[in-house]
Write a protein that binds this ligand. Sequence first.
Ligand SMILES: C=CC1=C(C)c2cc3[nH]c(cc4nc(cc5[nH]c(cc1n2)c(C)c5CCC(=O)O)C(CCC(=O)O)=C4C)c(C)c3C=C
Ligand SMILES: [Fe+2]
Ligand SMILES: [Fe+2]
Length: 371
Amino acid sequence: MPFLPEPPFQHGQVSKTAVLLINLGTPDAPTPQAVRRYLKQFLSDPRVVEIPRALWSVILNVIILPFRSRASAEKYESVWLREANMTGSPLLVHTERQAHALQQHLTAAGHEVTVACAMRYGNPSIPSVIHALRRQGAERILVLPLYPQYSGTTTATAFDAVTEVFSAMRNQPELRAVKHFHDHPGYIEALRDRVLEYWKRHGRPDFGAGGKLLLSFHGVPRRTLELGDPYHCECLKTGRLLGEALGLEPGQYLITFQSRFGKAEWLQPYTAPTLVELGRVGTGRVDVFCPGFVADCLETLEEIAMEGREEFRHAGGGDFHFIPCLNDAPSWIAALADLTLTHLQGWPLSEPHPHALEAQRSRAQARGAAA
Ligand SMILES: C=CC1=C(C)c2cc3[nH]c(cc4nc(cc5[nH]c(cc1n2)c(C)c5CCC(=O)O)C(CCC(=O)O)=C4C)c(C)c3C=C
Ligand SMILES: [Fe+2]
Ligand SMILES: [Fe+2]
C-alpha cells in the first residue's frame, strides 16, 4: 500500500503536543441533501448498525435515506443557530467553543498544547484535522472522544477513524486515547453545578409532591449490552453519582434512554413513554437533563426540549424544564483540562523538544559565526 506523502520537513521545527476532541458529527447545512450525505456516512458505519451489509444497504438507500433526510432536515432547521457569533449546527458550534475554551485554559496554565476538534461523520473530518495538526508539527496526539460513557457505537468508531488515518502514514506521531470519563469527579461536579445553577435561577421540582429529575441518555440497541458493550452500566453509574452529588433520593430522579432508531429493542426505560406516563399521572414538574451529551445538539434541543415537552404536556403534565448540556460551562472546561492533563502525563508540555533546542542552538551559533 502506498503511504501518504509526508509534510515538508522543517529542520528545528518544535515538536508539538496536540489534543484532538472528537464528537459524533452533524450535517453541513439543514437541507435534505446535506443531511442525506451525513446520514449515509453515519449509518453506513458497521459499528453503528450491526446487521448484514447487503440487507442494510438496501434498507438504508431505499427506505431510510429518502424519507429520513427530509424529515431530519426540518428538525435540524428548527435548532440551527443563526446568531452573530454562533452560526451553524449546535453540536459543531458548541464543540468548537469547547476546544477554544480548553485551549485558553491550558495556555493560561502555561502548557504548550494545541487543541483541535473534529467530527466522526461530516466536517471537520478526522483525517483533515489530523493532517493539519501534523503540518503544524504535532508529534504527539491525545484523542479525546467527547462521549463520557464508552460505547462500541461511538467511542470505538472514533478510535477506528483515527487509526485508519495513522495506518496511511509513514512517520506516525505518538498516539494516546481517553476511553471514557463517566465517573471522573470533575465531570460529575460539572454536571452537578449545571443542575444546581439551573435550579438557582428557575426553582426546582417539588420532589415531595412527585416532581422528578429525568436523566436521559442516548440509547443503543439492547443487543449491544448482551454482547458486552459497557455503555449501559456506565450510564447507570453516571446517573447514580450525579443523583448522589445532588443529594437526591433514588425515587426522585429517573434514568431513561432516548433516540431509539429502528425496530429492534433498545435500552429501556425509553425517555418518551416515561414522559408520557409522568404526564398521565399528573406530575407537577419534570426537569430533563442529558448527562451523556456534553454539547447541546439535535437530540437534546429538538427531541427533548421540543418533542419531549409536547409529549409530557399533552399527556397532562405540569411544568417541563430542559436543563442545557455542559457546553462551555467553566467547571466543565476545568474538568476537561484536568482529564487532558492526566492523560498527557509524561509528554512534554512546556518545553520544546530537545532536538528542536539543539537545532535552535546550532542556528544561533551559525548566526554568531557569520556575524
Ligand atoms: C451520546 C452518545 C451517542 C450514542 C451512544 C449514539 C448511538 C446511536 N445513534 C444512532 C442514530 C442516530 N443518532 C443521531 C444523532 C445523534 N446521536 C448522538 C450521539 C450518540 N449516538 C448525537 C450527539 C446526535 C446529534 C447529532 C447532531 O447533529 O446534532 C441521528 C441523526 C439525527 C436524526 O436523523 O434523527 C441518528 C440517525 C444509532 C443507530 C446509534 C447506536 C447504534
Ligand atoms: Fe445517535
Ligand atoms: Fe433523535
